[in-house]
Design a protein around this ligand. Structure first.
Ligand SMILES: Nc1ncnc2c1ncn2[C@@H]1O[C@H](COP(=O)(O)OP(=O)(O)OP(=O)(O)O)[C@@H](O)[C@H]1O
Ligand SMILES: [Mg+2]
Length: 266
C-alpha cells in the first residue's frame, strides 16, 4: 500500500497513473502496427497510427544524423505544403532524446488517393516517374511550392499519389526538400515549369523559357529572371489536358501562348 501510494504520487496522482497507463497502451499499439508497415524505405517506416485515419512516419535509428534527413524539418515543410492542399495534413510531431524514434503523425490519404505506375526515364534505371498529364500536374504543384519558397525533390512514382476521382496529385515524402530564396527560388520555379512544359509536349517552349531565365541569372538579373519564371509558370498553370497518346498535346498553350512576347523584351 505504501509503495503503491508512493508510485501514485510519483506519477502525479491517480490521473497521472491513468495517463501513464494510456501512454503505455498507445506505445504497444504503435509497436504492433509498426510490425505491419504500410511502406518502408531507406530512411524509415510508415505504419498506421493508434488514431484511425492517421499514419505514422518514423525514421530508422540513426537516419537523421546519417542522411541529413531531419524528420522535424521534413514535417515543417510538409505542413506548409498541406496548407496549399497538396500534401497530407500533419497531426503531430513527436521527438525523443537523441532523435531516436522521432515520428510524425499525419492524415492517411489512402481512402481517396492511389499511386500511378509512372514510367522509367531510361530502361536501365530502377525508378519510375510521373508521365504525361500526371507529370504536368505534379510540376504545377512543384511550381506552387517554389513560389512559397520550397524546393521539393525526389518525385519518383512512390512519392506521389493521385485523387481517385479527379486525378489531382498529392505529394508525399518531404525528405528531400529545402527552403529556397533568391536565385535558388528562381531555379526551383524554372525547373518545375520547364519539366511541366516538356511533359506537356512543349519541348521548344520549355527550352526557350529555360534559356531565357538562366541567361538573366547568369547576368545577375535575379528579379528579372524571377519575373520571366513567374510568367512562364502562369502559362504552365493553364494547361489542363494532354491528349493521349501522351506526347500529342491539345496544344492550347502553344496556340494561344504569348510567352514569346513576354520573353522577347529580355
Ligand atoms: N500520408 C500517407 N497516407 C498513406 N500512406 C502513406 C502516407 N505517407 C506515406 N505513405 C506510404 O508510405 C510509403 C513511404 O512513405 P515515404 O515515401 O514518405 O517514406 P520514406 O521512408 O521516405 O520512403 P522512401 O525511402 O521509399 O522514399 C509511401 O510510398 C506510401 O505508400
Ligand atoms: Mg519516399
Amino acid at each position: 500500500m505504501v509503495r503503491l501510494a508512493g508510485r501514485v504520487a510519483e506519477a502525479g496522482g491517480a490521473s497521472g497513473l491513468i495517463q501513464a497507463f494510456k501512454d503505455q497502451l498507445r506505445e504497444q499499439t504503435l509497436a504492433s502496427n509498426r510490425s505491419k508497415p504500410i511502406g518502408s524505405g531507406a530512411y524509415g517506416v510508415v505504419y498506421e497510427s493508434n488514431i484511425p485515419g492517421n499514419i505514422m512516419k518514423q525514421h530508422h535509428w540513426g537516419a537523421d544524423a546519417a542522411g541529413g534527413a531531419d524528420l522535424v524539418n521534413e514535417a515543417n515543410l510538409q505542413a506548409l505544403a498541406s496548407e496549399l492542399g497538396i500534401a497530407p495534413k500533419i497531426a503531430a510531431i513527436e521527438t525523443f532524446p537523441g532523435g531516436v524514434g522521432n515520428r510524425v503523425e499525419m492524415e492517411d490519404i489512402r481512402r481517396n488517393f492511389e499511386p500511378h505506375k509512372g514510367r522509367k526515364i531510361a530502361p536501365d534505371q530502377p525508378g519510375r516517374y510521373p508521365t504525361g498529364m500526371d507529370a504536368v500536374r505534379v510540376n504545377q504543384q512543384l511550381g506552387q511550392l517554389a513560389l512559397k519558397g520550397i524546393d521539393l525533390g525526389d518525385r519518383h512514382s512512390g512519392n506521389v499519389v493521385y485523387n481517385k476521382m479527379t486525378g489531382r496529385p498529392m505529394q508525399l515524402d518531404f525528405g528531400i526538400a529545402t527552403k529556397v530564396e533568391g536565385e535558388m527560388q528562381v531555379d526551383a520555379l524554372t525547373r518545375a515549369t520547364t519539366d511541366g512544359f516538356t511533359a506537356a509536349g512543349l519541348g521548344d517552349i520549355a527550352e526557350i523559357f529555360h534559356d531565357t531565365v538562366y541567361d538573366l541569372l547568369a547576368g545577375g538579373q535575379v528579379a528579372e529572371a524571377m519575373d520571366v519564371a513567374k510568367q512562364g509558370f502562369s502559362r504552365l498553370q493553364k494547361i489542363r489536358r494532354v491528349n493521349s497518346p501522351v506526347d500529342q498535346l491539345v496544344d492550347k498553350v502553344k496556340k494561344e501562348s504569348d510567352l514569346f512576347d513576354v520573353i522577347s523584351p529580355y
